[in-house]
Design a protein around this ligand. Structure first.
Ligand code: ATP
Ligand code: CA
Ligand code: CA
Length: 134
């Protein structure tokens, strides 16, 4: 069993689908964890969890419906430019559905020299709704 500590967890957010396909809204959330795994090993674990939740990339369209999508957004200040792992996540700053939950847990975090909160201020958050427990 891999040890990892959960440091923070955002609320869940209903977010409009991304891309051109007609599809149902997504639920998005961010977590911050402390882990002994290096980025590649961590991504490998995330992909095993996706598979457990029924994810099969061979049967999907890009940015189409999927059971679970676990992305690495940033790992310390690590920068990696490989197709199988790019860090920070290359589309992070285009996506309010990432930045809204990330800003809830880490507004002052700088990623690639930009603060999460200021990057979010430049994006529309139309259609993004925080889910509450009640
Ligand atoms: P997007 O990357 O635009 O959010 P997606 O999450 O739908 O798209 P996937 O099909 O889940 O794309 O992943 C495609 C590949 O992206 C994976 O096989 C993985 O190796 C690679 N990848 C590169 N960088 C990352 C990252 N930071 N986090 C997760 N996967 C990554
Ligand atoms: Ca993704
Ligand atoms: Ca992914």
């Amino acid at each position: 069993m891999t040890q990892a500590a959960l440091l923070a967890r955002s609320s869940d957010y209903v977010t409009p689908p991304w891309g051109d396909l007609e599809q149902a809204p997504f639920i998005n959330a961010c977590v911050e964890i402390d882990t002994p795994l290096d980025p590649h090993a961590l991504l490998f674990v995330l992909q095993k969890i996706e598979a457990k939740f029924g994810r099969d990339r061979a049967k999907e369209l890009r940015w189409g419906p999927r059971t679970l999508d676990l992305d690495l957004i940033a790992y310390d200040d690590v920068s990696i430019q490989k197709p199988e792992l790019t860090l920070p996540h290359p589309r992070l700053f285009e996506r309010a559905f990432v930045l809204v939950p990330l800003a809830e847990i880490s507004p002052d975090r700088a990623i690639g020299g930009r603060s999460v909160a200021s990057a979010l201020a430049g994006l529309s958050t139309d259609g993004i709704e925080r889910l509450t427990d009640d």
